[in-house]
Design a protein around this ligand. Structure first.
Ligand SMILES: Nc1ncnc2c1ncn2[C@@H]1O[C@H](COP(=O)(O)OP(=O)(O)OP(=O)(O)O)[C@@H](O)[C@H]1O
Ligand SMILES: [Mg+2]
Length: 266
C-alpha cells in the first residue's frame, strides 16, 4: 500500500538506520531497498553481519531488465530476510556493490520504481533508502511512485543548513511530476538542539518520523552492534513502532482521499 522514499541532504544523519528501524517496526510485509547511488553495503556488512546476498540485488535486477524480463515478479524474490521467523515478513533488497554501478542504472529506475509500486498486490510496502539527494537530485523513477518522500535531518544548524540547500532541488523534482508526492521530514535526535516542531515550522513541512536519540540502539541497526537486552521492547524501537504505524496510517488516509477525489472527478 505504500512506497516511502527516505533521503538525506548532507552528512550522514541516519537515513539507513531510520529506514531499517522503520522496516523492522512496519505494521505490514515490507521490503527495505538500498537505492543509495553511493554504494556502501552498509546493511549487509552491518545489521546483516556479512550475510551472503547470493547474487541478489539491484545489479541482478538490472541484468534481468536488460534481458527483457519483467521485474515485478523478481523484486520481492531478490530480498534477503531481515528477520528470522516473526509474523510479518521483512526483507532487504541489496544495493550497488561497485563504485559507478549506479551510472548503468539510469534506464532501470523507472521499471524498478513501478515494480515497487506493484508489490502492493502482494501485500507489501517498500521503504527506499535513496541516500543523498546530491546536485543532480534523486532518481525520478523512484520519486514518481513514492507515496511520501522524507528528508532525513539531524536537529543541528549544520544539518538544517544543508537540508535547506538540497530540499530546493528535491522540491523542484517533485513539482515536475504529474502527481507530486508530499515531502516530509525525519528528525534524528530532535531537541539536539532544535525540536521537531521548530524544524517543521522553519521548513513548512511535517515531521513524520522522530527516531529517539540512542547511539547504542542505533549502532545495532547501523553497524550490527550487540543487541542490548530486550532491544525490541526498548524506547528506541518503540518509537519506530509508533512512527511506522502513524506513517502507514497517514499514507492510507491520503490514498483514500485521492481515490475519492478521482472518483468524484471521473
Ligand atoms: N537515532 C539515532 N540515535 C543515535 N545515533 C544514530 C541514530 N540514527 C543513526 N545514528 C548513527 O548515525 C551514524 C550514521 O547513520 P547511518 O549510516 O544510518 O546514516 P546515513 O545517513 O545512512 O549515512 P550515509 O550517507 O553514510 O549512508 C551511525 O553511526 C548511526 O549509528
Ligand atoms: Mg546510508
Amino acid at each position: 500500500m505504500a512506497v516511502v522514499v527516505l533521503a538525506s541532504a548532507t552528512g550522514s544523519p541516519g537515513v539507513t538506520t531510520t529506514a531499517l528501524g522503520l522496516a523492522l517496526a512496519w505494521p505490514r510485509r515490507v521490503l527495505v531497498a538500498d537505492c543509495d547511488r553511493d554504494p556502501s553495503q552498509a546493511v549487509q556488512a552491518g545489521y546483516l553481519r556479512g550475510m551472503d546476498h547470493g547474487g541478489r540485488g539491484l545489479m541482478s535486477l538490472a541484468h534481468l531488465h536488460r534481458e527483457g524480463a519483467p521485474l515485478d515478479p523478481e523484486v520481492w524474490r531478490h530480498g534477503l530476510p531481515l528477520v528470522e521467523g516473526g509474523e510479518i515478513e521483512r526483507r532487504f533488497l541489496p544495493g550497488f556493490a561497485t563504485a559507478g554501478a549506479s551510472r548503468l542504472f539510469e534506464h532501470v529506475w523507472r521499471p524498478l520504481g513501478e515494480s515497487f509500486g506493484a508489490l502492493d498486490t502482494q501485500g507489501a510496502d517498500v521503504i527506499v533508502d535513496a541516500g543523498r539527494i546530491s546536485t543532480t537530485g534523486l532518481p525520478l523513477g523512484l520519486l514518481a511512485v513514492a507515496d511520501t518522500v522524507i528528508l532525513c535531518v539531524r536537529s543541528s544548524l549544520r544539518s538544517l543548513a544543508g537540508a535547506r540547500i538540497h530540499l530546493t532541488t528535491l522540491q523542484e523534482q517533485l513539482r515536475s511530476l504529474p502527481v507530486p508526492p508530499p515531502a516530509a521530514l525525519a528528525v534524528v535526535g530532535s531537541g539536539r538542539p532544535y525540536s521537531g516542531a521548530e524544524i517543521a515550522a522553519q521548513f513548512s513541512l511535517p515531521v513524520v518520523v522522530e527516531p529517539a536519540w540512542d547511539p547504542r540502539g542505533a549502532e545495532v541497526l547501523s553497524d550490527g552492534g550487540q543487541e542490548p537486552r530486550r532491544f525490541s521492547d526498548s524506547p528506541f524501537m518503540g518509537r519506530f513502532r509508533s512512527d511506522a504505524k502513524a506513517l502507514s496510517e497517514r499514507i492510507a488516509r491520503t490514498r483514500q482521499h485521492t481515490a475519492v477525489i478521482a472518483g468524484v472527478s471521473a
